[in-house]
Design a protein around this ligand. Structure first.
Ligand SMILES: NC(=O)c1ccc[n+]([C@@H]2O[C@H](COP(=O)([O-])OP(=O)(O)OC[C@H]3O[C@@H](n4cnc5c(N)ncnc54)[C@H](OP(=O)(O)O)[C@@H]3O)[C@@H](O)[C@H]2O)c1
Length: 299
């Protein structure tokens, strides 16, 4: 099994590069070696590697910046993905791609299922939706994993920001009215491996979109409190304790891009294919938090 991994320097890309080698020969490209918006370079790489599976972890992910940088966001998240789907189809390979809860507007009171109507409320979400549509309208074999609030030990993310701020300040305000769950890059990688294993064994999952998050429900404020409480238990020096983390509303924390208030994704469809149970978000999240704290301890 030959796997071509794109965007290998991102927080998900790095974790995938560590894990994918258990499923085959991985050829991994960071943006600096292969820009997915360079259509000729993609074709050349695919012709050279002849992959069975292309895993695309590359994306334009600067949600607020995208509001003023629409063309670039669509070039990477939509046009480049359309080309990837075309190239994947031409060699009969599988395309594994990642998308986001931001394709929804967040107005549904319950978890979103894969077939719910999309209605992005920011440019990033619109560009990711255009990427999904480019894949599903092409006849290439594909799996699209929509995930939310990605947290890994690599790269910058919410958990690292909270750990830094809680070590510098004795009071933190964190948005409490956006509902969802963090998803670790480790879990996303395990699901990707499971799906590739099924392809390898000739029992590929039905192609399409799958929602991928751990189980349970939370909000950013609870996630921040959980993290700081965990750091306290591990005796990490913190200026703020759990009680110093206060919930504020989205309206009190204006950002360039609007965020959906409900980011819950229903994972029944994924669970019907997976060979393992999805963990509860706290177990998934604290495993990554533990790695981050270990790194702090060794600095
Ligand atoms: N982060 C989240 O909270 C979140 C939530 C839901 C879904 N997702 C989705 O999950 C996937 C992985 O996201 P992530 O968190 O790993 O994001 P990330 O850390 O920002 O990684 C994205 C990677 O894509 C690379 N990239 C950007 N433009 C590229 C181009 N033109 N050609 C090749 N590579 C390019 C970036 O390169 P540089 O390193 O050089 O910048 C970066 O390494 C994405 O599809 C994202 O939309 C993320």
């Amino acid at each position: 099994m030959k796997i071509l991994l794109l965007g290998s320097n991102g927080q998900l890309g790095k974790e995938l590069e560590r894990q994918l080698c258990t499923q085959g020969n991985v050829v991994a490209f960071p943006r600096t070696s292969l820009d997915i918006s360079n259509h000729k370079a993609i074709k050349d790489a695919v012709d050279c590697v002849c992959p069975d599976v292309i895993v695309n972890a590359a994306a334009y992910t600067a949600v607020d910046k995208a509001e003023g940088d629409k063309e670039h966001a669509f070039t990477v998240n939509a046009d480049a993905v359309k080309n990837l789907a075309r190239v994947t189809q031409s060699i009969g390979a599988w395309l594994i791609h990642y998308s986001t809860d931001y394709v929804f507007d967040g107005s549904k009171p319950t978890p979103y299922v894969e077939t719910d109507a999309t209605n992005p409320i920011n440019v990033y979400g619109a560009s990711k939706l255009a990427g999904e549509q480019a894949i599903t309208q092409n006849s290439c074999h594909h799996l699209i994993f929509r995930t939310s609030w990605v947290i890994g030990k690599d790269g910058n993310n919410f958990a690292k920001t909270i750990l830094r701020l809680a070590s510098e300040r004795n009071h933190l305000n964190v948005v409490g009215d956006q509902v969802g769950v963090p998803t670790s890059t480790s879990l996303i990688s395990q699901v990707t491996l499971d799906a590739i294993g099924a392809i390898k064994n000739g029992r590929a999952w039905p192609q399409g979109i799958y929602h991928l998050t751990p189980q349970g429900v939370s909000n950013w404020h609870e996630v921040a409190q959980t993290l700081v409480g965990f750091a306290e238990q591990r005796a990490v020096p913190m200026a703020a304790s759990v009680k110093d983390i206060c919930a504020i509303t989205t309206a009190e924390y204006p950002t360039a891009a609007k965020r959906p208030l409900n980011s819950q994704l229903d994972t029944h469809k994924l669970r019907s294919q997976l060979s393992f149970d999805l963990p509860h978000w706290k177990d998934d999240f604290l495993a990554v938090a533990s790695d981050m704290i270990k790194e702090l301890e060794t600095v």
